[in-house]
Design a protein around this ligand. Sequence first.
Ligand code: ATP
Length: 234
Amino acid sequence: MLNVEQIDVYYGHIQALKGVTLDVPHGEIVTLIGANGAGKSTLLKTISGLLKPNRGSIHYTGVSMNGKTAQDIVKAGISHVPEGRRVFANMSVLENLELGAFVRRDTIGIRHDLQKVFELFPRLHERRKQLSGTLSGGEQQMLAMGRALMARPKLLLLDEPSMGLAPLLVKTIFAIIEEINRNGTTVLLVEQNANLALSIATRVYVIETGSVVLSGTPEELVSSEQVKMAYLGS
Ligand code: ATP
């Protein structure tokens, strides 16, 4: 579904991604693990068109995404939930969700998807009139995910949805990610906690200092000494 091939990305003179190649097959949950600063967020930002690669290509459903704007990419079916959630604090929950549908014109479909988001996240329905800036961290994460779903994505990019959340809430968020995936959305997930990443993934990529150093199924990675030592604390 998504094929990233040999991309290089720079911030000024600093090279953040070095020849990264990655495939996300339709229907799967692919996770990216790696230390702080490895380049995981940079990769998601490049896929969603916020950063431009200096080299390499990105194809989505066989179509080149090179030169497409971030808005074109949302329209094509890729939504990005950024690290730190970035909800519009001075707008209500409902207004944030409606903004997620900004690329759509199908009013009936938008109403239908709003109901689906409220079924997935009953808490957002309870809080729909509340200003988003006053939500808890977990609720803001739900809102950021709900807002992304309002674009009706076929591929959802999630950047560290567990960050700063209590373990029970992380469990809830991960169960919802699995449900979103079962409902037909392919997922590319950045997750610092390798155990968690491996538990949900169909395929895992390990990124170190801008390069993919290892990839495989969770079963393959669990048996890798390199992964055990560096990421699984054993
Ligand atoms: P984290 O989990 O800490 O977010 P990450 O793996 O997502 O880590 P990135 O945020 O992609 O890492 O950062 C990759 C590299 O690019 C880091 O060395 C970082 O310092 C650098 N970098 C990120 N954003 C910028 C920026 N706006 N300007 C300059 N350098 C940046």
